[in-house]
Design a protein around this ligand. Sequence first.
Ligand code: FLK
Length: 330
Amino acid sequence: STGSVVTTPQQYDVEYLTPVTIGTPGQNLEIDIDTGSSDFWVFSSETPKSQVDGQTCYNPNKSSTAKKLEGATWEIEYGDGSSSSGDVYLDKVKMGGVNFSSQAVEVASKVSAEFTADTNNDGLMGLAFGSINQVRPQKQTTFFENLQSSLDKPLFTADLKSGAPGHFNFGYIDKNAYTGSITYTPVNSTQGFWMWTSPGYTIGASGKFKSSPIEGIADTGTTLLLLPSSVVKAYYKNVSGASYQSSNGGYVFPCDATLPSFYVSVGDDARIKIPGKYMSYAPVDSQGQNCFGGLQTDDGIGFSIFGDVFLKAAFVVFDAGKERLGLAAK
Ligand SMILES: O=C(CCCl)NNC1=[NH+]CCN1
């Protein structure tokens, strides 16, 4: 089998939302596909009304195929400090023409304020590895892991775009979705993430390659590109008026500043070009005078995060069959 589903950016490409159908009759939710986590959780009939602000809630009591996973609970905290928790049902889940009949659907009985405020987001579908699933006493497998053996190829691809809908595809590689060739690089999944190492980077079209291994995760659930502070400092040295502002929590610069492109190397002789435009995330003031950088530090995380700022510049193959990541220009 193969599948393909559209994914639509929210304002400033802060996140990408993807339609999913759960249960019988189908309940349609918009969810954030997150390759940086491994739980599929949704706003639900169990989420306190005070914590729901417009989100669509899955109601297992209205699904003839829902089965409570007795005794199972979950709780999760994300890299940005947001969190949620609840209990678990098994139900049919359809996405992009592929479906799995007994997917663990983690229903939220509590969500943090960040999720309540994110009014178009009805939940997250983690597509990292099941080893870091947070359901207890028994961990659950991800939607992709459940599908894997029935897919034509044991892989999925992410084609996120800047300010336009893109696609997640399952089980096949769309040759029309990228240019040139796909460069593959090994994935180390021992921490449960799609973790890989870039050999280095280049700042600007005429910059010199800096050989400096950067180990990080391919994470569609993180908005920005989070790299070592030495790299980030070197980049913003090239941006007039840029400075680290603790009050804003990162590097800020005048929104009319010229931003150099940033090249992330892959394998022996390939690189992904992030256009300067992608290196500005959003205004920090209502006048739109100063902007928050799309590149910020990975301080305190323990590894870098190749989030949407990077991923939307590439066609990305998450190849579980060969434990590798494929990257191509587009
Ligand atoms: O939590 C992380 C980073 C893992 Cl190190 N990514 N996924 C995500 N989902 C919501 C916010 N961030």
